[in-house]
Write a protein of this length. Structure first.
Length: 101
């Protein structure tokens, strides 16, 4: 196995790499950079359970977008008291999703 030094864009590589599709680059929050190849894209239609889950997520996202500034301020206070979520929108989305489920 040959050794190589990756360029600055890629500090580490992990996982499987195949030749089925194009590679694309992505930047994750907080500085993580990675590449992805879609090896086996989905060919089956979504099940009823998956569609229901997607509808719940969309409803939670719509509720997030419809919040008033006063409601966001209340969520911000609760967000600052917790340590599980790193972003305010992530916290609000999780809380709105809990209300639906």
């Amino acid at each position: 196995m040959a050794r190589f030094k990756p360029i600055d864009i890629l500090k580490t590589l992990s996982g499987k790499v195949c030749m089925h599709s194009d590679t694309y680059f992505a930047n994750k929050r907080y500085g993580t950079k990675y590449t992805v190849k879609i090896c086996n894209p989905r060919t089956k239609p979504f099940t009823a359970e998956e569609l229901a889950r997607q509808a719940k997520f969309k409803a939670a996202h719509d509720a997030l977008l419809a919040l008033t500034p006063e409601a966001k301020a209340a969520y911000r206070t609760a967000f600052e008291a917790q340590t599980k979520y790193k972003t305010l929108n992530g916290y609000i989305l999780a809380e709105e999703y809990k209300k639906i489920v």
